[in-house]
Design a protein around this ligand. Structure first.
Ligand SMILES: Nc1ncnc2c1ncn2[C@@H]1O[C@H](COP(=O)(O)OP(=O)(O)OP(=O)(O)O)[C@@H](O)[C@H]1O
Length: 310
């Protein structure tokens, strides 16, 4: 179990992580989703004891990282696949880690097998590894101590499609066996297919969180017709929340919190012929992600403007 509570990180005047709170539970894959610079890596680095927090806490199995007795046996971390010692071979890196953690040498070969690195590849120096091979080695390193918790920053980076599928299956299996998995990504599809729970971060703040089903169900109804302005007026007049799918393109339609039947009846009463009417969940997480992060940016812009005017 991972608990992030009121976590804040400031770099000078810049707040990279702003009162972030969420939980990653055992038996589930939690996807940590956000655009570039949102604060994902900073949060994970604090969790892994690599960066101190300005305030708030990040705990693994009830303790901050530096108070875990044998961290590698409790939390497996893959933050930067290129951070391994480039002059060592993959096997040497795993051997040193196994000795540090008090593990038998046989565990090294088991992990190499598990991540699909051949004996020949394991004997090469890491500086000659491709990014995908580094990710596999990093995962072997994270799994070496058989921890209950796995924390991975953009693990799909550099993997080919078969590698991505393999990684996804491995993480799902790990969670099915009771493990806690927290992985970050800006690859929306990757999170959508692998995660059970999703936390969305934008500009350092959590903008949405819940089970995947909850988040997708929360996207409402998508409705389109030739006269978007009148449709928006009619839905708002009937007391429903309405927003444009794409403010720059009226033809993209509206998203409303009315259910499809109600939205259809409102349009009928207004004499409007609909060209599209469906639950917005078919649009997937991408739409929600873009909508949420765009909203954060607008909010930030609005705050700045308000600040400047004050
Ligand atoms: N050491 C640092 N010094 C100053 N600012 C930093 C430092 N590390 C991160 N930041 C800033 O904090 C913010 C969050 O960065 P972070 O790397 O956590 O984002 P991210 O969500 O992981 O992005 P990406 O998907 O691009 O990896 C960014 O604005 C970044 O410039």
């Amino acid at each position: 179990m991972i608990v992030i509570d009121g976590l804040t990180k400031r770099y000078g005047g810049h707040t990279a992580v702003d009162h972030v709170s969420f939980t990653a539970r055992p038996g589930r894959v939690t996807g940590f989703l956000g655009p570039n610079g949102a604060g994902k890596s900073t949060t994970l680095r604090i969790l892994a004891g690599l960066t101190p927090a300005t305030s708030g806490t990040a705990t693994v199995l009830g303790r901050p990282y530096h108070r875990l007795p044998n961290p590698g046996r409790e939390i497996g971390v893959l933050l930067d696949a290129s951070a391994q010692h480039a002059g060592r071979t993959g096997r040497e890196i795993l051997r040193v880690a196994a000795i540090t953690m008090g593990l038998p040498r046989t565990r090294v070969d088991e992990m190499l097998d598990l991540v699909g690195l051949t004996q020949d590849e394991a004997s090469r120096r890491v500086r000659d590894y491709s990014l995908g091979m580094r990710q596999r080695l990093g995962l072997a390193h994270a799994l070496l101590g058989d921890p209950d918790v796995l924390v991975l920053d953009e693990p799909a980076n550099g993997l080919d499609p078969a590698g991505i599928r393999w990684m996804r299956d491995l993480l799902s299996g790990y969670a099915r066996d009771g493990g806690t998995v927290l992985l970050s990504s800006h690859l929306l599809h990757e999170i959508e297919v692998v995660a059970d729970d999703i936390v969305v971060i934008g500009q350092g703040r959590i903008v949405a969180g819940g089970t995947k089903e909850e988040l997708l169900a929360g996207t409402g109804t998508l409705v389109r017709c030739a006269d978007t302005a009148r449709l928006a007026e009619s839905l708002a007049g009937a007391g429903h929340h309405v927003e444009h799918v794409d403010p720059a393109d009226a033809g993209a339609g509206l998203r409303t919190d009315a259910d499809p039947t109600t939205a259809g009846l409102v349009a009928l009463a207004a004499g409007l012929a609909l060209t599209e009417l469906r639950t917005a969940d078919g649009a997937g997480l991408e739409e929600m992600f873009l909508q949420l992060t765009a909203q954060t940016q607008r909010d930030a812009h609005a705050r700045e403007t308000a600040g400047a005017a004050a």
